[in-house]
Design a binder for this molecule. Structure first.
Ligand SMILES: [Zn+2]
Length: 65
């Protein structure tokens, strides 16, 4: 099957925060988003985040006590 979007098909699979991300394995759209990666809620397939959380976004801090 030839995909018309030949340019985007070569791009690495990344999770884009704020966008609708499709799981490459199960086509699911629900994700557990962590600090460095997102994990598919359906099959557990991990994707690296396309960008790091920006300043001001809630990020879990281990030394908050
Ligand atoms: Zn999945």
């Amino acid at each position: 099957m030839n995909a018309p979007a030949a340019l985007t098909s070569a791009a690495p699979l990344l999770y884009w925060p704020g966008e609708t991300n499709r799981c490459p394995q199960c086509s699911g759209k629900s994700w557990h988003v962590g600090r460095a990666a997102a994990e598919c809620a359906g099959c557990g397939h991990p994707l690296p985040l396309a960008r790091q959380p920006e300043t001001g976004e809630p990020v879990w801090e281990p030394a908050a006590q």
